[in-house]
Structures are given as C-alpha cells and as structure tokens.
Design a binder for this molecule. Structure first.
Ligand code: ZN
Length: 212
C-alpha cells in the first residue's frame, strides 16, 4: 500500500497554478504549494485561492537562485526566508512550512547554512524535504511514468512537482488516475522522515543538510 503526498514548487504561475487547482479539485486531493516570494509578490491572489481550497502554502525562498547552504554572504540566507515570510503573512500554515531550494532535488549539505537554521528555529518553522523528484521540468512529457516508479518504491512518498509553464502539469490528471488505479492513497500530511524541523524544533539529524 503506497501513500503519496503532493507538493508543487516554484509557483505561483498565472496559467499553471489555476490548472493544477482545477485538477486537484476534480480528484478531491489536497496538496502543499511551496511558493517563491518574488512571484508571490504580484500573484498573491493565486495562493489565496489555493489556500481557500484547503491547500497548504509554504515558503520556498524569495529568489530561488542559490541553495542557502552555498550562500557565504551574511544576511542573504536570512533575507531569502524572511522576505517571503513577510509576503506570506496569514497565508502561511500555522506550522510555517519552509522548503529549501535543492537545485535539481539534491538532498545534500548545501540546503541550509547556520544562519538560515537559526532563523528557522527561532521563528518556529517546519522544514520539509522530499523523497521523490521525477524531474517534471526535464521530462514534461514523460514524468508520469518516472513519478509512478518513484512513488511506488516508497511506503509514503513526498512527491515534488512544479506549477511552472513547462507543459508537465497537463499530465497531472493522468498521474492521479494511474496512481489511484494502482491503489495509492493521497494524503496532505508529510511523511515524518521528510521533516527535519517541526515548529522550530530539530526532529532529525540535520548535519547532512548543513554547510559549515
Ligand atoms: Zn524549487
């Protein structure tokens, strides 16, 4: 029996986010949208709409340019998280979800630096990683097969997709149908082993994700 949690990163996008919302509504499935602050600034309405439909909204940095652990300049990592927090305001889930930028889904030591970690702890964030990245942005026409393979290899998969204009999300409906046909259950809650901070408290070994 496989359980799948859906997340959509790097939006909101004026065309793709509404399409994803329509597909999720048809399937009665709730997800989390990890948004980029720079995009949220002028497109807050899209995220408000998502939250109104029961989806959770999380912080996915402000510019999404450099993994925070690779940032050497003081204050940069902090601003990347803080600016988006400010823009999110009451759109943020009470657990204050944050997902670091992994630059292609890499779960490595570049995800966070100490400055970012200190802020996330002090401000009570819940830091969410992932365990299934089908690279929908690289394979917009064939990611569904890859996603099914990845998801059914885990008991509980945390799937990373992107509400970006690559064409990939036109296949979201197919993915949901096929996963359900194979017996998958969709839940909004994240698998425990993908949570490294819960409301500011370190709940997993954080060292592998932290730069010096
Ligand atoms: Zn991203």
């Amino acid at each position: 029996m496989t359980t799948i949690t859906l997340t959509f990163d790097n939006g909101p996008d004026p065309d793709v986010t509404p399409m994803v919302l329509r597909t999720l509504r048809r399937h009665g499935t709730q997800a989390t949208f990890f948004v980029i602050g720079e995009k949220l600034r002028d497109r807050r309405r899209l995220s408000e709409h998502a939250r109104g439909e029961g989806h959770w909204i999380g912080n996915h940095t402000y510019t999404h340019l450099v993994p925070l652990g690779q940032s050497r300049e003081g204050g940069v990592a902090l601003r990347e998280i803080e600016q988006t927090d400010t823009l999110l305001g009451d759109l943020a889930h009470p657990r204050q979800f944050f997902r670091p930028f992994g630059n292609g889904g890499n779960l490595g030591s570049g995800l966070l630096n100490r400055e970012a970690l200190r802020y996330l702890q002090a401000s009570g964030h819940t830091c969410i990683l992932w365990n299934a990245v089908p690279e929908d942005w690289v394979y917009p026409e064939s990611w569904v097969e890859r996603a099914l393979d990845l998801c059914f290899a885990n008991e509980h998969s945390l799937l990373v997709l992107h509400d970006l204009p690559t064409g990939a999300m036109t296949h979201l409906d197919t993915f949901l149908h096929r996963a359900k046909d194979r017996g998958a259950t969709f839940v909004q809650e994240f698998p425990g082993d993908c949570i490294i901070l819960e409301s500011g408290r370190i709940v997993r070994d954080i060292q592998p994700y932290l730069s010096d």
